[in-house]
Ligand binder design. Structure first.
Ligand code: C2E
Ligand code: MG
Ligand code: MG
Ligand code: MG
Length: 287
């Protein structure tokens, strides 16, 4: 009876567990060679100033084209890369590639790169960033780094020293996914961030009173502190209008553009600028 029970109680979830574990192991092994096999690629998503109808820059978002499994989301493999010690080389590849590719964009368009908290454990992070800027020739003012508040949870003094070093070089620092962590507001006073990115979870349902209240508070506080604000995950005209009503002029999201391959950046800029020029030209013709 025990045997039968055992078989019944295990058999139906064990294969699923096994599959998940195997898939995870496979991701770990494959990650080890993905970099040298050239399986990573950067996609770019624009930052749009809705009032000025301008684009200030693009965020670099990594993509993994796995030869058998197709595209794997960074949400899936970045945490694993962090655990197995692969994030440092991958992160440097992202920085180097983003800076090199941004050199082809019209100045002063900037590129924004996500940094993992784990990268701050590398004693060479600051020197690596400075070297990559030098080697690629990208002016530091055209590089932004995005960190989440979890970066500030541990070894805060050494982290702050690195961040201050970046600032001194002229690199701008954004706080990503703002509002999702533990004590977001406190962190804003600990380091002079250039920009706060309001997390898409608040933008998704702005009709909810609580979400609108958070967004309003973040915008108010940031403005009072002289910090820029950008809303992430804007998908609809309605969300755009609600954010504009709260004086949030800068936005990012599928409504404006999905992340796209680097080969599409130039054409996107051209189309965007042409569309933005149209009402201006019309207005000029009316004069
Ligand atoms: P993130 O930095 O907060 O990036 C925003 C994510 O939201 C991106 O997902 C982007 O494609 C997605 N997104 C943009 N607009 C919309 C929208 O309107 N609606 C919805 N539903 N989603 C939108 P992605 O590219 O899958 O990246 C997920 C996360 O993975 C990033 O979140 C970031 O934390 C991490 N990541 C991506 N690239 C890198 C990287 O190069 N280095 C590190 N350390 N992390 C990265
Ligand atoms: Mg980001
Ligand atoms: Mg984010
Ligand atoms: Mg995120």
């Amino acid at each position: 009876a025990a045997k039968a029970l055992g078989r019944n109680s295990y058999s139906f979830f064990e294969p699923a567990m096994d599959e998940r574990l195997q898939s995870r192991r496979r991701t770990e092994t494959d990650l080890a060679s993905a970099l040298e096999d050239g399986e990573f690629e950067l996609f770019y998503q624009p930052f749009v100033n809705v009032i000025q109808q301008t684009i200030s820059g693009f965020e670099a978002l990594i993509r993994w084209r796995h030869p058998q499994r197709g595209q794997i989301s960074p949400a899936e493999f970045i945490p694993i890369a962090e655990e197995v010690g692969q994030i440092a080389p991958i992160g440097l590849w992202v920085l180097e590639t983003a800076c090199r590719q941004a050199m082809h964009w019209p100045s002063p368009l900037s590129v924004s790169v996500n940094l993992s908290p784990v990268q701050f454990r590398e004693a060479t992070l600051f020197a690596d960033v400075r070297r990559i800027l030098k080697e690629t020739g990208l002016p530091p003012g055209r590089l932004q780094l995005e960190i989440t508040e979890s970066v500030l949870l541990h070894d805060t003094e050494s982290v702050l020293a690195v961040l201050r070093g970046f600032r001194k070089l002229g690199i701008r620092i954004s706080m990503d996914d703002f509002g999702t962590g533990y004590s977001s507001l406190g962190y804003l006073s600990r380091f002079p961030f250039d920009k706060v990115k309001i997390d898409q979870s608040f933008v998704r349902d702005l009709a909810k009173r609580e979400n609108l209240a958070v967004v309003r508070a973040v915008i108010g506080l940031s403005k009072a502190m002289g910090i820029g604000v950008i809303a992430e995950g804007v998908e609809t005209a309605e969300q755009r209008d609600l954010l504009l009503a709260e004086s949030c002029d800068e936005m990012q999201g599928y409504y404006f553009s999905k992340p796209r391959p680097v080969t599409e950046v130039a054409a996107f800029l051209e189309a965007f600028n042409a569309a933005a020029d149209m009402p201006r030209r019309r207005a000029a013709a009316d004069l």
